[in-house]
Design a protein around this ligand. Sequence first.
Ligand SMILES: Cc1ncc(C[n+]2csc(CCOP(=O)(O)OP(=O)(O)O)c2C)c(N)n1
Ligand SMILES: [Mg+2]
Length: 574
Amino acid sequence: MTEPAVEAAETFVGALAAHGVDYLFLNPGTDTLPIQEALSKREQLGEPAPRTVLCLFELVALAAAHGYYAATGRPQAVLVHVDVGTQNLGGMLHNAQRGRAAVLIAAGRSPYTTEPGRRGTRDTHIHWLQEQFDQHGIVRTFVKWDYEVRLPEQMGEAVDRALQMAASDPPGPVYLTLPREVLMAPGCAAGASAAGKAPPARLGAGDPDALAEVARLLVRAERPLVLTAATGRTRAGFDGLVRLAERLALPVVERPERMNFPFTHPLHQGFDPSVLLPSADVVLVLDHDVPYIPTRVAPADRAVIVQIDLDPVKDRIPLWRFPVTLPIRADTGRALDVMAEAAERELTASDRRRIEARRAALVDAHAQRRAAWRAAADRARHARPIACEWLCACLGQLRREHPDCVFVDETVTSNQTLWRSLDLDAPGTLFGSGGSALGWAMGAGLGVKLAMPDRPVIVAVADGSFVFGEPLAALWAARRCSAPLLVVVFNNGCYNATKAPLKSAYPDGYSVRGNRFIGVDLLPAPRYDLLGPVVGADGERIEDPAALLPALRRGLERVRAGQSVVLDVILARP
Ligand SMILES: Cc1ncc(C[n+]2csc(CCOP(=O)(O)OP(=O)(O)O)c2C)c(N)n1
Ligand SMILES: [Mg+2]
């Protein structure tokens, strides 16, 4: 038998491998079969190719690629079926966009031709139905870049360009469509990837004059404040923030989309900007899309506000008006070091005295705040139904016993309680979507686990979000690729995040007076624990507060032994 020619589909797979893409998260169709064939061929011939993870629902694939990227900083690929598979990426497109996840999303495209005998041509009913006027229009508002490969000899270049665009700062998802005639056409040497010659562009430390000015402002500030959401996306960001904050005794308040600053650090001042923001004279906003909610709290008019970010003017948010005195486009991981050095040179003896007085006050406030949180959790210890505070306290205890745990967080209205209870202190130990489309945590947990196979991954997920995340598909994929997860469902029996605002918008309305809330109660509660066994995971329902910590410990041991576990924790309904 003569070896068939290398097709462009194989060039596609080879290009992914050449770029160091470890995983292709896929859900196939008749359009993707040349790629499936190429993957099989390369595997059998021992040629490099990404590992594949079959995701039985497409949104799991994109969330997994996002999670893997968040944990490693390395873009991965997703492959879906034409228009319909693209549509099933759903809200995870929003999360990848807002969470700045570099992901190459590839999709098939209905064949163009109907000519009998032509390779790749239309040969089944759906090929007429799946052609759209603008398949790319489904994703265009969410992606940084999109392109349809028109010729087989473009394949390598298109993959190079896609990954370069995805990973360049600020990173984000890109979309590449692959018509079947092109995939099945013979590739050619000119179509190969030139992986090393298309690196992504990185932002540097930013304008040195502006950073020196910020350092001066921070040194002279009476009541400075740092607000951050994602500075810990790099280790340099995490370390740099610790260094600068320690040098100048800066209080840090975060909304942790990543671990940005040790929760246990005495300069950590919690998760609510409303305490310190109104009186702050210099506010340093780092890697934050929404540093505070203006209807609830605002900085003083005379406050100087510095925003350092990959996109300090929020290029992709149509209206965005937070007052900023000095926007600086930079990689904060680099900018923080420059500022720390500049600050050191600026410090006078009187600055140092003021800074030390502030440090003492902040250390005190930190200790008091944490003691109050611990006391609240302790008071909730015996409450029935189980209180969210107690569940979070038990997770905190589990983490103390197993410091290698990593958390994927989609706890929605329970998130502050969770953050308060976890003594996390290292970068890369907490991951949130950065967006608002629910259903991220299960797929993301899979991606994080694949990226960190030696660490136990705990997916802390609200009940509504658990269902949005296609748990069957996610747990099945986790089993297939030996990526066990400890899934803790915060089962409060409702969509609290939509119930609470309804109450406060209509405090005397019919919903409140009649205690009749439409569209928010998840009752009767599904048996989420029974879902695990369907796909070979363990499941347990927990209603007794005393049983909680033992169940978590058992669950973690099972996960270490290679088994996913779903703990359905029945909480008090808000
Ligand atoms: C995909 C998607 N659909 C709908 C919403 C709107 N929404 C925001 S919060 C929420 C309820 C979340 O409930 P749950 O996950 O149980 O968390 P809880 O509010 O109870 O803490 C809904 C439906 C959303 N953000 N994303
Ligand atoms: Mg809920």
